[in-house]
Design a protein around this ligand. Structure first.
Ligand SMILES: [Zn+2]
Length: 135
């Protein structure tokens, strides 16, 4: 099954409409929310700010840049669909925008590495995939 990702370049990202898409529905975009009351950012979409409870949240598009906080090589497939990918690396990345996200990444990544995201197929869907920033 393959779907053509929506064309996010045509979207008006100043509008707080999460339904325009991100990587979870095939659009190569990492999105997050910023609280307009306290300024905190959060990755998991909620209808309220996890820090102050306000419900005025702005949807934003992340740059994809960050620093590796943790890395973990998965050697045992959790599902039959992921078996073909084993072993694969799961990383926690502290993004430039200030939220922490879990994603896939190169196997040679180490804590503290500066990385940026691209998107790669995994078990039939598109997922954020981090590689070391080249200088
Ligand atoms: Zn807040």
């Amino acid at each position: 099954m393959s779907e053509t990702p929506a064309d996010w370049t045509q979207a008006d990202w100043t509008q707080a409409d999460w339904t325009q898409g991100d990587w979870t529905n095939g659009v190569e975009v990492i999105r997050y929310q910023a609280c307009t009351a306290c300024g905190k950012v959060q990755y998991f979409r909620r209808n309220f700010c996890a820090a102050c409870g306000a419900n005025e949240l702005a949807d934003k598009r992340a740059s994809g840049e960050g620093i590796v906080y943790a890395t973990s090589l998965v050697a045992r497939a959790a599902t039959p669909e992921t078996r073909a990918h084993v072993p694969y690396n799961i990383v926690l990345v502290d993004t430039a925008e200030g939220f922490r996200m879990m994603a896939h990444g190169d196997r040679d990544l180490a804590i503290g590495d500066r990385v940026n995201a691209r998107f790669a197929p995994f078990a039939g869907r598109l997922v954020p995939y981090f590689g070391r920033l080249k200088f």
